[in-house]
Ligand binder design. Sequence first.
Ligand code: SF4
Length: 478
Amino acid sequence: MSVVVPGKIHETLFDGKLQLAIYSSTGRLMDKRKTAVDSDVLPDYQELREQARLIKKHTLENLDWYLEQLESNVQAHGGKVVWCRDGGEVVDFLAGLAKEKQARLIVKSKSMTTEEIDLNERLEHHGMDAVETDLGEYIIQLAHERPYHIVAPALHKTRYDVADIFSRHLGIAGETVPENQTKIARGVLREKFLGADIGVSGANFLVADSGAIVLVENEGNARLTTTLPKIHVAVAGIEKLIPRAQDLAVFLKLLGRSATGQPLTVYTSMLSGPRRGSEIDGPDEFYVVLLDNGRSRLLADREKRESLYCIRCGACLNTCPVYRKIGGHSYPWVYSGPIGAIITPQYLGTTKDPWLPFASSLCGACAEVCPVKIDIPKLLLMLRSEVTRAKQREGQGRLEKLGFRLWAWMMQHPKLYEIAGMMASAVMPDAEDGWIRRVPAPMNQGPLRGWMSQRDLPPLPAKSFRQMWRTRKRQVPG
Ligand code: SF4
């Protein structure tokens, strides 16, 4: 399948500083995960993965029932559930709520679901100020970028980049010490927390039997977001549901370890309903916004439904050789890496970015580290064949099909195949330092040109397999 590779990929590949930042950050996360799931530390790791997968499978097969259970339990605790088909409906609800309460300032904790629907930008159009309070998210919000990584949104930024961003947007120049940069952000954000009218969070899990949302984080900003403002709105995809609070024992053990190598994140909050009469902390109003945004379509597809098992740990990104080279901003949507390559085409349509399912070496490293055992390579292959079929329907890919037919025909004619091999080796230039770095100009076209722009070829062997085979047969009679 010939694909159009976005220019961003080339830009990333040739940016040495960025390559180093991606490689070292993902490498560190990978090493920490490896240690945290080692059989000496967590002997039941594989059983936990299997349990997590089964819980997700069961929940999604009975999602309608569990969603209703969640709704009635949220209501029983004094909260409200808002059902939204897409991002537009989420924004309409929030804008309406803000208007009714005369709210202007919103503080937010990290949430990929709200990134998915461009919540901040859309709220801005309604005259509201939505401020990210997770440090990484705050940095990229100031830089007007989208997250580079599901777990570490500013993974691509060095402390010098952060110093530059703070200097341009906060007027504080020359601060390159990470601890001091954190203090600066804390000072700015504390004022925002104190002045905010609404706190918007995501949810790592929604617990049906307790009507609770669960948030895991390391900075404590989610706690401030959900308890200081008078109104708390949690925006979550419908797939975040788990049946019982006791199921958290499985997922919490896997999530922190897979994401950052921590046995547990620093803060785990379970929030159900607004502040009760005798409590000193908490909002007066509590809303759970349940977002579909294409999830029902995925749910209806039995073969690919497992894409919804994802708990957004980011382990597949860290281990993916493609993500580690092309980085998060080369992907067309907020979800990058292997999980982005399988859910983006399913949410946005297979023909929108047809190259995406092909952006994988199919090495299987992602499936090996996924805590809920999503068979990502299998899903990539399914999506590839969907893209190919769609292209064929549109009359595209004829040249490629012809090429493969020709190849198959040659393979069935050994003599011709051998002659073609001899001709290719005759025109191929000599190796430089043990590698062929260029091919002759007439061959340097189309996909081969793209291939050769990033890779070198090993030198051709002095003799072909057939020549060696003939020699061997002559030497070993019978
Ligand atoms: S697909 Fe698996 S490894 Fe990747 S982010 Fe989701 S849960 Fe983590």
